[in-house]
Design a protein around this ligand. Structure first.
Ligand code: SF4
Length: 86
């Protein structure tokens, strides 16, 4: 039991470096509180998982991310960038 708690805590040590400014993390994009909590637990506050977030990837590539992009978007990176340029 103790081992499980230690692993869980170490997973929480590294959060996404974009949490301060990310509109999704700061609850400016969605209506449901449960959706924010799910994304935070799955991506924003989980070690290394933020690197799989489409918002994170797009921001790293082009400097910002459209509000329509969710962390688990089914669009490819190229499709998202094209949509942002439209
Ligand atoms: S993981 Fe994605 S949604 Fe969460 S703060 Fe980082 S960029 Fe925003």
């Amino acid at each position: 039991m103790l081992k499980i708690l230690i692993i869980k805590n170490s997973n929480m040590l590294t959060k996404c470096p974009k949490t301060d400014k990310c509109p999704l993390f700061n609850k400016n994009l969605l209506k449901r509180e449960s959706s924010y909590n799910a994304y935070k637990q799955l991506y924003c506050l989980t070690k290394e998982r933020h690197k799989e977030c489409k918002r994170y990837i797009i921001s790293e590539k082009v400097g910002s991310c459209g509000d329509f992009v969710m962390p688990n978007s089914s669009y490819t990176i190229e499709e998202i960038i094209n949509k942002m340029e439209d």
